[in-house]
Write a protein that binds this ligand. Structure first.
Ligand code: ARG
Length: 495
């Protein structure tokens, strides 16, 4: 690779030797940070507008910069823009392209700004939008789960502990358990958004600037509520990335648990669920196979998102204030974690929506698993027997039936009533699945009407999440200005 011309490096004044080619390639981040191009331009428009309003940037130069940026925007969008490794990163690629296009006025854009506060800004802008999108995605996933829960509110199903059949629940109840985890994930993101809502521009390289800038104005143009309180912290802080990626890691772990259940429940051993062909793949060798690849991948990808989080934490660990080049290593894990989580959410939502629950298998498993043993013991308790004795009596009975390959329903209520010394009507009632579910009629329980109540609450939360996400998805004034779609912006009245 030829050494870059000195003019490609915007910092090259005073340099006599070209950069070592391997260092140039290791140092360059444009391969992966070019996806921040939109945010970078929005930041530049806000910064230039503020400089113009502060009479630091002449109006004519401002106009040229704005028009130049708009033209570059169109080039990048249409795929015509050529990214150059010699220009190192997204920031310098765009600034150098602006210089190529408009000449001298481009040299004024970077007044009172450093790539250190620029990259800190770009990442915040990118992240707040991505988190807004993920909150919307979680809302649609929860909506899917809630609608399925409503349809299956009274479908009985084995509930498990230790993956051993334990007590009856409903399919609706089981699905809503996953919805609750999703709701917490969305809350975590909204909480992280609140803390990332501060504008770092003006921090400069580390110590601000001697020029009379207006930080509040820049923050307003970029849609931030506040400005950062300390310039060293502003360029050193990557907490918001860590928080978002920690939320991503936990979110991916939640999805992996559901992925594992889909793998299990769709196996012939369980037979509870049929996955749509759209989410399985065949084996190149065994003609009968339909493998639940999508569910397995959702289960597997949690590992990589956790790895991304750990990579960032380790990169940050022990770094002195303020900016250090190590921090450039934040981007690949950030993008990977949030892309992977987003894709896993969408795939899981669509896979669960298209899957079909198998009622007959669900009911058969309940009987084979003696799931109503606790209900029988409770019936003995109601007849005056201490719970410990009742527990022992039913345990012996189950062991006996199991050894003889019998089930409660095969033996029938009459024989069971005799063995336990109970009224046959009482036993019949204890072993009726529908009644068993109805007996669990408490808030948060598996009773169908409780499930329906939880569905209504979840759908209400979905509406609230969608509304909250809008805050982070609306274009800020600087973006409107760049795209020239903004109607009236007081700061730009002179244009
Ligand atoms: N590409 C750099 C990054 O992502 C931008 C900031 C570089 N700052 C500097 N002083 N070299 O971190």
């Amino acid at each position: 690779m030829p050494a870059p011309a000195a003019s490609d490096r915007l910092w090259s004044g005073g340099y006599e030797e070209a950069t070592h080619p391997l260092v140039q390639s290791m140092n360059a981040s444009v391969r992966y940070d070019q996806r921040l191009w939109r945010q970078d331009m929005i930041g530049s428009v806000a910064h230039a507008t503020m400089l113009r309003d502060q009479a630091i940037l002449p109006q004519a130069d401002y106009q040229a910069i704005l028009e130049g940026l708009r033209a570059i925007y169109a080039d990048v969008e249409s795929g015509q823009f050529v990214w150059q490794e010699a220009r190192e990163d997204v920031h310098m690629n765009i600034e150098a392209a602006l210089r190529d296009r408009i000449g001298a006025p481009a040299g004024r854009l970077h007044t009172a700004r450093s790539r250190n506060d620029q990259v800190a800004l770009d990442e915040r802008l990118w992240l707040r939008q991505r988190l807004g999108e993920i909150v919307e995605l979680i809302a649609s996933f929860v909506e899917t789960l809630a609608r399925l829960a409503d349809l299956h509110a009274d479908w009985p199903m084995c509930g498990y502990t230790h993956l051993q059949r334990a007590q009856p629940v409903t399919v609706g109840h089981h699905l809503l358990a996953h919805a609750q985890a999703q709701l917490r994930d969305a809350d975590r993101l909204l909480d992280a958004c609140r803390r990332l809502d501060v504008c770092p521009l003006g921090a400069g390289a580390l110590a601000g600037t001697t020029l009379p800038i207006d930080r509040e104005k820049t923050a307003h143009l970029l849609g931030f509520s506040k400005i950062t309180a300390n310039s060293l912290d502003a360029v050193a802080d990557r907490d918001h990335l860590v928080e978002a990626m920690a939320a991503a890691a936990l979110g991916a772990v939640h999805l992996s648990r559901l992925g594992e259940e889909i793998v299990l429940f769709a196996s012939s051993e369980f037979g509870y669920l049929r996955i749509s062909d759209a989410f399985t793949t065949g084996s190149s060798l065994m003609p009968q196979k339909k493998n639940p690849d999508a569910a397995e991948l959702v289960r597997g990808k949690a590992g990589r998102v956790i790895g991304d989080l750990v990579a960032l934490l380790v990169a940050l660990k022990g770094l002195p204030l303020a900016y250090n080049k190590d921090m450039q290593e934040d981007k690949e894990p950030l993008f990977d974690a949030l892309d992977t989580w987003r894709d896993c959410l969408a795939v899981t939502r669509d896979m669960i929506a298209a899957a079909r629950w198998q009622k007959a298998s669900l009911i058969e498993a309940l009987d084979r698993g003696f799931l109503l043993a606790t209900d029988l013991a409770d019936a003995l308790v109601a007849a005056g027997i201490p719970f410990r004795t009742a527990h022992e009596q039913v345990a012996h009975l189950v062991a006996q039936l199991h050894a003889n390959q019998q089930t409660f329903s095969k033996v029938g209520p009459q024989a069971l009533a005799e063995k336990l010394g109970l009224d046959v009507g009482v036993v019949r009632k204890a072993l009726d699945v529908k009644q068993a579910l109805r007996r669990r009629d408490l808030p948060g329980g598996p009773h169908p009407s409780q499930v329906r109540r939880e569905v209504r609450q979840a759908l209400k939360r979905v509406g609230q999440l969608r509304q909250a996400a809008q805050r982070w998805l609306q274009p800020c004034p600087a973006e409107q200005l760049l795209l020239a779609t903004g109607a009236k912006l007081p700061e730009t009245a002179a244009l």
